[in-house]
Ligand binder design. Structure first.
Ligand SMILES: Cc1cc2nc3c(=O)[nH]c(=O)nc-3n(C[C@H](O)[C@H](O)[C@H](O)COP(=O)(O)OP(=O)(O)OC[C@H]3O[C@@H](n4cnc5c(N)ncnc54)[C@H](O)[C@@H]3O)c2cc1C
Length: 498
């Protein structure tokens, strides 16, 4: 395979594709399937209509006046989410309140008040979830956990940490680092509570697992105001039904997490990120990335098609960590293997720029063109299905006038594929076309045995696909769990279940 100067390849990518990945399209809340099945008792329309003066006074008496957000512009910021595409119906400022509890007992009081007044409780971390999971949809009290962000205990000998939900993972890593420990999860911008409640799949997950693999115990406030601990303070506990795992990924719909005990490991001495450029098909790049996976089991390993030159410019990104000497040797061996497969290492500064543009910082940098929406979809499909799924995606994009904008395969998690596309936001017919595209594509994914969400959960952007993916009996079982843990259905209604 012919190689081209990797620097030119990546430079042209960075200059020409002035966009970042996060965004989405408009969907509406559709509670019909569950209603038709007679499953959900309380729907969004049954909730109260506003958080009035009387309720506001009660909130102040629970968390203190200063901890009820009053400034309208700040209040509005809680309606902004990463896929800020008008997911669901927009609610008015007087319909919801934002409070900052500082203890479990305050959370208990808030949940009890919500049940009494029929108001939703929306636990919220950093608000970075991509499917609208933290968005209030009706009369609601949003729990901002920024005051509950303490590390309660670090147990160096037993490699355990206990922390409150509001701590950003980045901050938790700093605290653990002081003890020579680390969690090793990403994305760092998420809070602990949000990462657990979405079971987020970290950047280094092939080595460390997703959030599910870290949690030993949770303190949770249930929908009736009761408080439970779900597990034990040990790494392994093989007893009874696993309540801890039920709460991981439940998106705040079964309980409010008020503290978590997690297993942690030693901080690695050395870490390295490598990016390799390929001029060739994505299939070639993926083939080499798989060889790397088998040979070294790196911490992360992704292959990207940047949709330029008809999909003929690809990259592979690999991370290593461990003892410096051993990890450096692995990097050298990896470089050799990739060169043999037709790739070339890209200089670190270009690699960093590339990653920055694809991260949440892209928003701060303003690199997303104002008139263009860039949309990532992340279904779970069998590895053996990635090529035909990509062809399907490209075909659907072409049929609907949407631009195919690339694809990323998580080689260390075979089957997690991100499909990208873009369209100009100024054309409402394309917004509708994208909606149809999503319907068709996810129907296809489900029909070939895949799942509509491999990573980002369900929220309210995706919950209409639940009834397509699961038979009524499964939905009834899930709704039964909701009844059990949240009998008043006040916890994050309109999310997960359709
Ligand atoms: C640029 C970018 C990259 C990303 N990369 C990845 C990635 O690689 N892998 C991945 O898995 N995700 C990724 N995400 C998604 C996102 O980071 C995760 O979903 C994140 O874990 C959410 O954390 P948060 O603190 O922002 O939670 P929020 O968005 O505030 O909330 C998410 C959900 O958790 C619930 N919740 C929050 N706190 C609590 C609590 N205390 N108790 C109960 N429920 C609670 C909320 O109600 C909501 O349902 C990415 C997002 C962005 C913007």
């Amino acid at each position: 395979m012919k190689t081209r100067d990797p620097l030119t390849v990546i430079k042209s990518f960075v200059e020409n594709r002035q966009n970042s990945d996060p965004a989405g399209e408009s969907v509406h809340v559709d509670a019909e399937p569950m209603e038709r099945l007679g499953i959900l008792k309380l729907n969004l329309r049954d909730l109260g209509h506003s958080v009035d003066k009387r309720i506001n006074e009660r909130l102040k008496s629970i968390v203190g006046e200063g901890n009820v957000v009053a400034e309208p512009s700040v209040l509005r910021s809680y309606l902004e989410v990463v896929n800020d595409d008008n997911i669901g119906r927009r609610i008015r400022e007087n319909e919801f309140a934002v409070v900052k509890p500082s203890s479990t007992s305050q959370v208990v009081e808030l949940v009890r008040l919500a049940v009494k007044e029929k108001i939703a409780i929306i636990p919220r971390g950093a608000g970075t979830s991509r499917e609208g999971a933290a968005l209030p949809l009706g009369s609601a009290v949003v729990l901002d956990f920024s005051l509950m962000s303490r590390v309660l205990n670090i147990d160096e000998e037993d490699c355990l940490v206990v922390a409150e939900p509001g701590i950003p993972l980045e901050m938790l890593e700093v605290k653990l680092g002081e003890w020579g420990l680390r969690l090793g999860h990403g994305p760092d911008h998420a809070t602990l509570g949000g990462a657990i409640a979405t079971n987020s799949l970290g950047q280094r997950s092939s080595r460390h697992g997703d959030m599910r693999n870290f949690v030993a115990d949770l303190e949770v406030v249930l929908g009736d105001g009761g408080v439970i601990h779900t597990g034990r303070s040990v790494w392994r506990n093989n007893t009874g039904y696993d309540l801890t795992q039920l709460f991981v990924g439940s998106e705040g719909t079964l309980g409010v997490i008020t503290s978590a005990t997690l297993r942690v490991g030693p901080k690695p001495e050395w870490t390295a990120k490598r990016m390799y450029a390929f001029e060739g098909s994505l299939e070639d790049a993926v083939g080499v990335a798989r060889e790397v996976e088998n040979a070294f089991q790196p911490v992360s390993n992704r292959a990207d098609d940047h949709a330029r030159n008809d999909g003929k410019v690809c990259t592979v990104r690999v991370s290593f960590e461990g003892k410096k000497e051993a990890a450096e040797r692995q990097v050298r061996l990896c470089d050799d293997l990739i060169r043999k497969g037709g790739g070339e290492p890209v200089p670190d500064d270009f690699a960093e720029e590339f990653i920055r543009r694809r991260s949440v910082k892209a928003f701060e940098m303003g690199v997303r063109p104002k008139d263009e929406r860039s949309v990532p979809e992340e279904p779970g499909i069998r590895f053996s299905d990635w090529k035909r799924s990509l062809e399907k995606w490209k075909g659907l994009c072409a049929e609907r006038g949407i631009t195919y904008a690339g694809c990323q395969l998580n080689v260390s998690y075979p089957g997690v594929v991100t499909f990208y596309s873009t369209y100009p936001t100024g054309r409402p017919e394309l917004v509708e076309a994208y909606r149809e595209l999503m319907e068709e594509f996810y129907s296809y994914v489900i029909s070939i045995g895949g799942t509509f969400s491999a990573t980002h959960g369900v929220g309210n952007r995706m919950n209409r696909f639940m009834a397509a993916q699961y038979p009524p009996r499964n939905l009834k079982l899930m709704a039964g769990l909701k009844d059990l843990f949240d009998p008043g259905h006040v916890l994050n209604p309109g999310k997960v279940l359709p």
